[in-house]
Ligand binder design. Structure first.
Ligand code: PLP
Length: 442
């Protein structure tokens, strides 16, 4: 069978091993079937199977969920500058750990640390695989075998099994909880500091808000206490932006610079949340502490590769020119996109979407509220516009959009399928595939 002339093009496309696997599967499938199959039928069957083999598993999609930084959809979309830097690093050897001037070994952190220090005001900086790794590393270097104090209002779980108490245990620390769920006072922290206390940790309550009768102690208020008692003050900022989001009319998020200015000893935050870069965990703070963290053997296991470091360096460089960030950084561009502009996109696309849906469903333009996502303020607050679809079998319509060549992911709520257009950055590609909506199986 593998020598049939009609099979040769399949081998050219997919390689002999996969074609043989497909042919075997066909034979297995037909075992016990009496009628004789044609060569053409066999080849056709194999083509379908090979298409499945060759289709990439991780694919580009349109994120029209209304959540700009969607963890399941890969969080931040990178800037062109970061993409170009990453591509170049992938293609060639680089100065990853090489000092060109001295012709000797260099440090991989040297590519990003000066930028992080400039942008946050910190003395030193380092980077690891993600913020979860950054938290694990800082705790295990600075507090293993000792106590770390955390407010009960900040014992968070963020998705994917990252829970502060578990991370503490993994890092070999003893968690000391203080205060209550809704209220924690400075005196609560002061009361439990003892000879075994290594650190106080503040955690940004990323994905929930405690409202009403509440009290939390700001990092700035904890600084004098930590200094007096000789314990380290750590703050996990989660999203931790490097820019002042209010510039673009967005809600305030704590910046890493503010935490450093307040006197926090080590601040950790993510690279692919509000920062808009590749997945990374960034640690900034006092030099002796960052040096210890960077020398921890676990740092070697959690370090970044040259591709992400290249993308991160290019992303950080964009922050040197905040005036152009909204133009160059897709995360900020999406977040700052005016509602009127999004409304215009919705109105432009509506006729084509309705035409593609036919009589199965009705589409209209709806005012909606989106989210930043990934632990920035967990409330719906980005005024936006969506194409809203109503139909009897809404799940089938959603399924058909997901089966398009570039799958379209929306959000169903209150019996309506919403496609929030804030994050639609390629309108022509979206429109061009709508005519396939009626042919994709639903
Ligand atoms: C998101 C988040 C983390 C984990 O960051 P990753 O980069 O996803 O590993 C840790 N802490 C807080 C407060 C967060 O919001």
């Amino acid at each position: 069978m593998a020598s049939w002339p009609t099979v040769a093009p399949l081998i050219a496309r997919a390689g002999r091993a996969l074609v043989v696997e497909a042919l075997r599967a066909w034979v297995d499938e037909r075992r016990g079937t009496p009628e004789v199959a044609s060569e053409a039928a066999c080849v056709q069957w194999c083509v379908t199977r090979l298409d499945l083999f060759l289709k990439p598993s991780q694919r580009r999609v349109f994120n029209l969920t209304g959540t700009v930084l969607h963890t399941n959809l890969g969080r931040a979309v990178l800037a062109e500058e970061a993409i170009a830097a990453a591509v170049e690093a992938m293609r060639s050897p680089t100065t990853l750990e090489y000092d060109l001037e001295g012709g000797a070994r260099g440090e991989r952190d040297d590519h990003i640390a000066p930028w992080l220090c400039r942008l946050t005001g910190a003395e030193a900086a380092t980077a690891v695989n993600n913020n979860a790794a950054a938290v694990l590393l800082v705790l295990s270097e600075l507090a293993a075998g000792r106590e770390v104090i955390v407010s009960r209002g900040e014992l968070i779980e963020i998705g994917g099994a990252f829970r502060i108490p578990d991370i503490m245990a993994r890092a070999g620390c003893r968690l000391v909880e203080v205060g209550t769920t809704n209220r924690t006072h400075l005196k609560d922290y002061a009361a439990v500091i003892g000879p075994d206390t290594a650190a106080i940790m503040k955690v940004h309550p990323s994905n929930y808000a405690i409202q009403g009768f509440t009290k939390a102690v700001a990092a700035a208020e904890l600084v004098p206490l930590a200094r007096e008692k000789g314990v380290v003050l750590i703050e996990d900022l989660g999203s931790g932006t490097l820019a002042d989001l209010e510039t673009w009319g967005l809600p305030r998020e704590p910046t890493a610079r503010e935490a450093i200015a307040a006197g926090v000893d080590v601040v950790t935050f993510s690279g692919d949340k509000l920062l808009g870069g590749p997945q990374a965990g960034l640690l900034v703070g006092r030099k002796p502490l960052i040096q210890r963290i960077a020398r921890n053997p676990m740092k070697r296991a959690l370090r970044l590769d040259k591709v992400r470091l290249a993308a991160l360096e290019a992303t950080l460089r964009l922050y040197a020119d905040p005036g152009r960030l909204a133009e160059r950084l897709p995360t900020i561009r999406s977040l700052a996109r005016p509602a009127a502009e999004i409304c215009a996109v919705a109105e432009r696309l509506l006729p084509a979407v309705q035409a593609a849906l036919g009589h199965d469903a009705t589409a209209s333009v709806a005012e909606v509220r989106g989210q930043i996502g990934s632990g920035a303020l967990p409330v719906d607050l980005l005024p936006s516009f969506a194409i809203a679809i109503k139909a009897k079998r809404l799940d089938r319509i959603a399924d058909r959009f997901r089966r398009l060549p570039i799958p379209v992911i929306g959000r169903i709520s209150d019996g309506t399928l919403y496609f929030d257009l804030r994050t639609l950055d390629d309108e022509p590609a979206f429109a061009a595939q709508l005519d396939k909506l009626h042919v994709v199986a639903g």
